[in-house]
Structure formats: structure tokens, C-alpha cells
Design a protein. Sequence first.
Length: 738
Amino acid sequence: MTAFTPLKSSLPNRRRRGALPGVASHPWALALVGVLALAAFALWLVDPIPMQNLRLAQFDQFQRWHPRPYTPVPVRVVDIDEASLKAYGQWPWPRTRIAELVERLHQAGAAVIALDVLLAEPDRTSPAAMAQLWHHPQASAFLQQLPDHDAVLAQALRGRPVVLGSSVSHSAQGSAPGPSTVPPQNLPYRIVSSGAPQAQDWLRGFDSALWPLPALLATASGVGVLNFAADHDGVVRRVPLLLRLGAQGVPSLSAEALRVAQGGQNYLLRSGEAGIQAVRIGSVTVPTNAQGELWLHYTQDRPERYVSAAQLLQGRAAADAVNGSIVLVGSSAAGLADMRANPLGQLMPGVQAHALALEQMLTGQHLQRPAWASGLEALVLVLGTLAVGLVALAAPVRWAAVVLAVALAGMGGGAWWAFVEGHLLLDASNPALALLLSFGLASGIHHWLGERQQRWLRTAFSRYVSPNRVAHLVAHPEQLHLGGQRQVCSFVFTDLAGFTPMMEMRDPAQVVTLLNDYLEAMLVIVFKHEGTLDRFVGDAMVVLFSAPVVQADHRQRALDCALEMDAFATAYATRLQAQGVPWGLTRIGVHSGEVIVGNFGGKALFDYRALGDPINTAARLESVNKHLGTRLCVSQAVLDGCTGVPTRAVGRLVLKGKTQALPVATPLAALDTADCAAPADYDAALQLLRPGSQQDVDAARARFEALARQHPHDPLVALHLQRLREGATDDVIVMAQK
């Protein structure tokens, strides 16, 4: 016998040397993670609308979770609500009604009155306008004597701290700017810049504006823009303190109301290379974003913030309802179409945004998104994408998932802490999305490489362990433990005759090559019949059926496999012998019985095999072939489960070390029928040796003598004739040797 040399492998040489496929050997996987990080950074630079929406959605959620606690401040909204419209008619009201409202507010002690309405056209209900509409001489004469409504309002504004509203916009493409695009002369404010030159260039620019009527503007204390900085989704999150009309800055309504309340004149823009940093209004410094906008930190609705215009006009409002307050006059009536969406998921009157801005400016409770926030987010995005991707490539998925969870929790928790404790807006959503994409990509690559490695290992392992055993362990890893179970299996033992002397006489390298070809072909036959390779013992091999997967037809499979192996081995030997190679015949034994099948050995190394007497019996059946002159011996235990396989009975064998006789046969396909007796003649002769009424030793000897003369090369005929000559009286063959 000689040690078995593994079969020739079709695997690449690199893998045969032990280099398993992995991330380290695939730099393209690292490159993909790097490309993803660069792509994420490029998207951050471009900042498309979906990324903006995701960031703003996070900011909105933070506001819903933690709205700003309401602090009572002297800011009130006089609401032209549904009750007011019901009491005084539809909007727009006559300017005399607005004048009356201004008078009431001034008498009630309002510090500033800011009108969140646009008074850019003459009042259509003025007497002169009505006279032209009616064309009635007597009525026209009477109406011409009445004062103009706009003049009445202008007089009401004179000397009172009233701020009017204006509106800026972008003119239609190709249209010429009208007179309203030019800011009026002698505006009551002045804008001063400090820091970087051309600071006003950072303000959001417009090229068209609607201003209040000149008569009203001349008597008002200030004028402010009503526009908001609504985002793509229409939600109002910021209020601009200053905007740019052409080359000149203009204040918003809330900023102008605060200026007038303090009696100041100047707006001071403090800016840097990254944009506007803050706007100083009188003694109040307001931090802003780069465009001079104030981030709104919303509170829950507060009823005390509002006073109904109807109650005020009817004298039913509380005496101190607006005393000392900055009063914003606006409308919450749905029909006036001034309802805006806020981050809390609610609709609110547009005037409320100006009220919130004033509250924050007076209390100093500012929500900020500092200039360094974007740089920090980009750094976290790139480094986090790389780190999570590399970990997901290199580490098991559970640890990579832990790292991802920690990173996401750290970013989300950090952004939440910054919002609650520092009133800072930091984007954790887009970096988190980049980390998730990196984890998904890297985990997918890791999984693909792992599957590829498992396939390679399964292929490589199958070179040492039967493929069906490997597949079974992959499908049932719970069975990878020490121990076994009772199971009826069939066994095929093979051995190559004369192999050891041939190894001694010929070049071992040549013999091993021939042996590998022989064993590889034999294994192909085994796996074709779904047998399990138990082990190699030099040139011999042991195959079992019905383990690890139970096979109801395991006996038929074992016998069919043995017959095909015999046919191949005989042809292989004949071919080599014709080439002058003394290749021996293969002896095969097949038996079936109950054994213990499982993993045996120790914790460090398993050996999957079957243990039990049927295995020894199969081995003995293989070895007795050399004494019987046959190539394939199969027990009756196997034949009982087979059909369609013609056999010739050998007799009842008492194998070495056994006491019970075992009925054994050899398939006719494993015999040279040209040199053998006819099956019927042989069976009739053997039947005379079997115990029973027809047993006749003398007659049996006579028949075997006749068969021997006709077929001198029939091994079984010669065997039984010799036994009879030595005094045998039955078909029991006691084997003194293995």
C-alpha cells in the first residue's frame, strides 16, 4: 500500500498555495468604497434638492420633538380673523377702517404698529372713486366733499410708529423694470456694512418691488418687506432680516419693526469671507446665516399672542392687550390666502413668522446654523463613509453592523444634543444616508466575496470530503458535533490487486499519476450514484450510501455503483496491461446493515464515518474475492433490496472472525460469461449442496466435475469442485483468511 496523493485540482495555482479570496486581495473593493466617498462629497458640494429636503426634514423633526419654550415678550398679532370679517365685511377694508385700527392701537399704547398688508394701490372705496363709478350728479357732488380714504390713513400714520409693508420679486424675463423697482428716496433707515467688502452681495437679490402709496410712505415711520425665505417644499423656516433690491439693501417687516421700536436708524451688517454673520438692529445683535436670514425656532400655538381686530375696534379687548408691545397687523382668515406651512406640520398665518422672529430677537433665543457646520458635516460624511465601508469590508457583518449603529447613534445623538443644548442645526441625515449606502455597498461586496470564498472552500473541501457530505453540513451546520446515530447503510469496499509490488518495481511518480486517474474516475462513479466517500486507504476506497442523507434505495445504489466501478476498473486495467503496465484488477465487496453514523474523534478534529460490524463484513467480502477467484462479492442483505441484477450464488460464507454463515453472490456482469458455466447449470449443481430434501453431495460432485470439464476457467465451479474433493458436504465456505 502507499499513501494517497490528492487528485489533480483544476483550481488556480494561487489558491492551491492557500491564498483564499478575500478583501485584501481585491483592491477594487477598497476603490469602490473610496469612489462612493468621493461621490458623496461631490453631492455634498452640489447639494441637490433631495439632499436639502432630507436635511430640512431632520431639522423639522427636531423642532417637533423640542419646540422653543414660549417666553412672554411684548409682541402681539392683531388678527383680522373670521370674526373680524364677519363684523366689518370682506377684505380689503376701506383705508378709513385701517386708520381707525391704527388710532385704536396707538391709544392702547402700542410701541410699534407693523402692517402685514400691501397698500400699493389707491383705495377703490374712496369717495372720488365711488363718484366715478356711480355717475350720479348729486351723489358725485356729495362724494367729492368727503376726504380721500388714503389721505385719512396717511394722516393717521403721521407721527405714529407705524411700519408699512412692501414686496420684492423677480421681474419676468425680458420685461423692462417699472418705477416700482427703484427704492423711494429718503427711506427712514440706513444699511452699514463691516467686515468683508460688498457684504450686501450675500443678501438674496430681487429686481422688482411693490411699494406703499407715496402718500402713505411719506408719513410712515418705516417700511419693510413682507417676503419669506420659503424652501422648495413651501415650509417657512427662515425670515430674512435684509434683502437686496438691485444694489440696495431693504429690511424685512420684522427687522424694521424692531428698528422703529428702538428709535434707531442704522442696520449694521457684520460679514466675513463665508457670508453675513450677524445683523445689528439698534442694540440688538441677531446671528444669521450667510444670506442674512434668521432661522425660526417655533413654539406651540399660544392664544395670548393674538388679539382679534374686531375686539379691538369694538373696544372689547383687554386694556393692556397691546400696551408697550410691537404689534403686527395680519390675517388668519382662510379666504385671504395668507396661510403658510411650518416645520411643526401645521398651517399658520404668514404674520406669525414675523412675530416669531421678533420674539427670538427680543429674547436672544436664536436657532443657528453656523458657517462651520457644512465643513464639519462634509468631514463626517467622507470619513464616516470610508470608515464604515472599510469595516464592513473587513469585519464580520455583525461587527460591521455594530460599528454602523454606533456611528449613526453618535451622529444622530450629537446633532440632537447640539440642537437642544446649543440651539445649533447640524445635519446628521445626509451623512447617515452616506454611511448606510457605504455599509450596504461594502457589506454586499463582503457577502459576495464571502460567498465566493465559501464556494471555493466547498470546492476545495470536496476534494478531501465527499461533496454530498459538504453540502449536507452547509445545509445543516447543527450536525457539526461529536456523536452519531443508528442508521441502516450500504457499503462498497474496493481494493486494487498487486499495487504494492507495482510501486516497488516502477517509477512511483508514474504509478501515482495512473492511480490518481483511476481514483478520480472511480469517484466520479461514486458521486454519480450519490454515494459518500468514507475514506481512502492507499489504492483502496470505502464508500457508504444512505448517509448523511437517508436514501431509501441505498442498496440498489450501492450495487449499481459497484457494478459500474467494476466495469470501469476492468476496462482501465485491460487498457494499461495492453500498454505493458502490470495494472491489477479491482476487488469489490458490497454489504448492508445497521451502523452508527456520525462524527468521531476529538473537539479539534472530526472524522465523519460509520462504525459497526457491517463495515467489517463489507471489507471481508472485498478481500475474499482473491480466494474465490471473483471480482465482486455482494451479500444477500444487499440483494434483498435490489431488482434487475442477475447474480450467481457463491454460497454461504463464514468470514474470518465470524461464526454466522452469510449468503453471498456475485453479479453475472462481474464474470467473464464466455468462460463460465450457464447460470441454470451452475445453480442446479449448487442447489444439491444446500441443506434440504434434495441435498445430494455425490450428485453435486458429479455435476461440478462435468461443468469443470466444459468450463475449466470458471472460478466458482473450480472452487466448489475442490471443496467437494476435500470432503465438503454443503455450500458453507469457511474462510480461514481475510
